[in-house]
Design a protein around this ligand. Structure first.
Ligand code: PTJ
Length: 246
């Protein structure tokens, strides 16, 4: 039972934090995942804890890219699995994407716990578990280099959520299109992805699931560099407004 009063002004944010802590207690989330969440939470404060105009545009572009991919894969880490397992399954269904567990702090125990929650939420097939079909991605030293031959390795579009790392550059060198969720528009993954959704994954995944129910044939004009600039300007505007009222 939660100790958080329903009237708390930052109820949503505290409930998200609680999901992460429960995820840690249930072996889904790495200890470092709690720190990663803290980094995100700070940026969520700066963006005003709501989905911005730039994020909405990126969500539209992401839905189009996923719907029009030949072989799209949703890469799942501990934080993502703890925060939105149902939405991961719904998005995979709507966009005909595969699901692959790919961890930085990899362990069999965590892979098992993540698989369990994904299956409980409706996943049929999960990649990244079978050592026989695994291979290595060039240009990465961490455990994230171990990918499934039939999953991330052969994908044309990969959704890489909540990571500030070198995997996106390696995936880009392997000619893949990358979509990410990152509250920090300045992270390495945010800056190198093809589509960066600067929003809390808990809000953005719901919108992306809804958006991906649409036909998916209407392309939009999208430039990630321009959109990232817009998201930084949105943060500045937000801070200026707060400073004025301080
Ligand atoms: O489960 P594993 O073993 O694969 O480990 C995953 C973590 C998250 C620990 C690992 O990828 C990591 O250390 O991540 P970083 O390098 O701290 O990067 C996480 C990024 O996600 C940061 O740029 C945060 O701003 C961002 N972030 C954190 N929480 C959220 C978020 N972005 C969107 N929504 C969030 N809720």
């Amino acid at each position: 039972m939660t100790a958080i009063p329903k009237s708390h002004p930052r109820l949503n944010s505290l409930l998200i934090r609680e999901k992460l802590v429960n995820g840690f207690d249930n072996n889904l989330v790495a200890k470092e995942g709690l720190l990663a969440h803290g980094r995100g939470e700070a940026f969520d404060y700066l963006i005003g804890e709501k989905t911005s105009k730039s994020a909405k545009k990126a969500i539209k572009a992401a839905a189009f890219m996923l719907k029009n991919a030949e072989n799209s894969v949703i890469s799942v880490n501990g934080n993502y699995a703890a925060l939105c397992p149902k939405e991961i399954i719904a998005l995979a269904k709507n966009t005909d994407s595969k699901i692959e567990v790919n961890l930085f702090y990899s362990s069999e125990k965590r892979k098992k716990a993540i698989t369990k929650i994904l299956k409980k939420s409706g996943a049929k097939e999960i990649f990244g578990l079978n050592k026989k079909s695994s291979t290595k991605l060039l240009g990465i030293d961490s455990a994230r280099r171990i990918v499934d031959k039939n999953g991330i390795f052969s994908a044309d579009v990969v959704l890489v959520p909540l990571e500030d790392g070198d995997r996106t550059i390696a995936l880009k060198k392997a000619k893949k299109k990358i979509i990410t969720f990152d509250l920090n528009p300045l992270s390495r993954t945010a800056e190198t992805a093809d589509i960066t959704i600067v929003d809390n994954v808990t809000r953005a995944m719901k919108l992306l699931v809804t958006e991906s129910k649409n036909e998916g044939k209407k392309s939009i004009k999208y430039n990630n560099k321009k959109n990232l600039k817009l998201s930084i300007l949105e943060i500045r505007k937000n801070l200026e407004r707060r400073a004025k009222n301080a």
